[in-house]
Design a protein. Structure first.
Length: 320
């Protein structure tokens, strides 16, 4: 062996026998969650028990649909509607999009959901309500035929039963794998909401992170009362597309809930801990309005339209 090779670096790290045999400690799968806001590793149980809020930075995790329903409704009051849309009532893969059917089946198995939204009837602090919750685990809660159908059915049934509707939105927009059929759901859901509103009933939406695309352009922004969670991403097109289109730099915080509230697109931003109480107050105000409308104290009287003098005498000053 030559002398100059004795001190040559070989790149091989010298380790002890003990360090070679020692394995890096690993947490059991599922025991930890990583916060996407601050990067902290948090115990999963701590996240679930804390309403899916990071205890370090107070950032919000996305909530599974059934867990969201559990947080905002009275215990045991939820009755699910249209848990599974019959196969003959929806086009499974209208464009024969490669891999789409298999992806849906995998997600059904993984999430336990039939589709990206859960709808049904429940009570919030004793007040009956129709509730819908989008679940981002299922193709980012994109809106295809089944999602549009479930929301439309829920709103139409709420109209028949004269119930208010509360809808938690979370979506990447229309589902591209279903092409024009996914875009048709925008008009279908909007028409059902219009009939619900014409019946004098309350429709409230809660926009969660993210609410974008065709969902923002349809049922998400049609609420009589529009709420949002803090720092939720809300918009139609992405910031990069908008910047390229208008040729300008967007302001800081653009498309976040706080920016939209400041510019009049939202009625309020509500912390997750206060959501149930806030919805309860909104429902109580609506219920009180319904009771006043139906009572004799509202001052509605039958008026003889053929007799103008009689009409003038029978109308109150407020009605005139």
């Amino acid at each position: 062996m030559r002398l100059h090779n004795m001190f040559k670096k070989t790149g091989e790290k010298i380790t002890s026998i003990h360090s070679r045999n020692r394995r890096r400690p690993e947490a059991p799968e599922g025991i930890l969650k990583k916060c996407n806001k601050c990067g902290a590793a948090i115990l999963t149980d701590e996240v679930i028990n804390g309403k899916y809020i990071c205890p370090k930075c107070h950032g919000y995790f996305r909530i599974p649909a059934y867990k969201r329903i559990e947080l905002v409704t009275d215990a045991g009051s939820f009755e699910e509607w249209d848990a599974k849309i019959d196969e003959g009532e929806r086009p499974e893969n209208p464009l024969d999009f490669r891999g789409y059917t298999e992806k849906v089946e995998v997600l059904r198995e993984k999430t336990g959901l039939d589709e990206a939204v859960v709808t049904g009837k429940a009570t919030i602090c004793g007040q009956p309500v129709v509730i819908g919750v989008c679940d981002g685990r299922f193709m980012m809660a994109s809106m295809g035929h089944a999602v549009g159908e479930k929301i439309t059915r829920a709103v139409e049934r709420a109209t028949e039963e004269r119930l208010p509707v509360v809808l938690f939105t979370c979506s990447g927009g229309a589902r591209m794998q279903e092409g024009i059929i996914s875009l048709m759901q925008m008009a279908k859901t909007a028409a059902a909401i219009k009939r619900h509103g014409d019946a004098g009933l309350l429709y409230s939406t809660i926009l969660t992170d993210p609410t974008t695309g065709g969902v923002t352009a349809s049922f998400a922004m049609l609420g009589d009362v529009i709420l949002a969670e803090p720092k939720a991403l809300i918009g139609f097109a992405g910031p990069r597309v908008i910047e390229q289109t208008i040729g300008q730099k967007l302001p800081e915080g653009f498309q976040r809930a706080e920016f939209l509230l400041e510019h009049g697109f939202l009625d309020a931003i509500v912390e997750r801990q206060q959501m149930k109480e806030t919805l309860s107050k909104i429902l109580a105000l609506h219920d009180a309005g319904e009771n006043i409308k139906d009572s004799e104290e509202y001052g509605r009287k039958e008026v003889n339209l053929n007799n103008p003098d009689s009409q003038k005498n029978e109308l109150t000053a407020w009605q005139r």
